[in-house]
Design a protein around this ligand. Sequence first.
Ligand code: DAH
Length: 338
Amino acid sequence: MLQELDQLKTEALAEIDGLSGESDLEAARVKFLGKKGSVAAASSGMRDVAKEDKPAVGQKLNEVRTAITDALDEKNAALTAAKDAAAFDGIDPSLPGRPIPQGALHPLTHVLDNAVSVLRRMGFALAEGPEIETEWHCFDALNTPEDHPARNESDTFYFENGKLLRTHTSSVQIRTMETTPPPIRIIAPGSAFRRDEIDATHLTAFHQLEGLYVDENVTLADLKGTLEFFFRELFGSKTEVRFRPHFFPFTEPSFEVDLKLEAPGKAAKWIEIAGCGMVDPAVFDAVGQTRDDEEYSPKKVTGFAFGMGLDRLAMITYGIPDLRLLIENDVRFLKQFA
Ligand code: DAH
């Protein structure tokens, strides 16, 4: 019996040593150590061994089992190591990694994110509308007369079907009121388009942020408080904010908002930053006409609206001298805001 076991060990170790694949290795494990394998068969032969020989045979059996197990483990480790080495063939893992260039947010995105986060804290929800608009949403419903200069072909991009590229985000005021009953408190950042000559302060495609709050008893004090808080969050708590009477067709009264700001190294001066006002009852009437209900009856609700240029906000925030820098995608410029 001892001799047989020695022979089993020798054969098994030789066979395992010659293996070259993982599946062969598994087959060998079953063949030698499995329930019906050679070691199990030898073990059941113990029954016939004379009592006085049992300890020696038992010991030998253990020795054989351990030797086979170790051989299988070693072989497994060797095969894995060979596979790993093959995977690295032609690659030098000690070389330093290649740096992955990291992008950064565009200055306009920074300004937009800041503005939106302040207004969201004040309870304004995001709204949107199409960039290709109808004359109704861009002008008529906003109480803009037929002969208003903004409606000229020379100022607005028209399509042949009569639609146009929205000249301001104020159209989202109408879109939102048409679909949503009051109270509403929304902001709508987005692109707007005008047929301007491109220069340091004009682009044909630019960005605005619109705001609208409609409820019962919304007052001019709410408008002032909201915009003062907003601009002081963006430019510092001591920032002076001035409301200067102005005219917009869709608000009455209307104002332009100025901030007193210092450009680096220069004396503080008033800078125009936004338009705003109390929603004109004619706008509510136009919305009521589409909705065919009284939800926005000027007898029931009042509201304020405001709009500002985000590109201009970025210029002021970062001291950018020329709007065109925002669209040229010159990495030397953009890198400064990373
Ligand atoms: N839509 C105006 C513009 O593009 C800006 C504006 C002024 C928006 C007054 C408003 C507002 O909501 O109340 O010049």
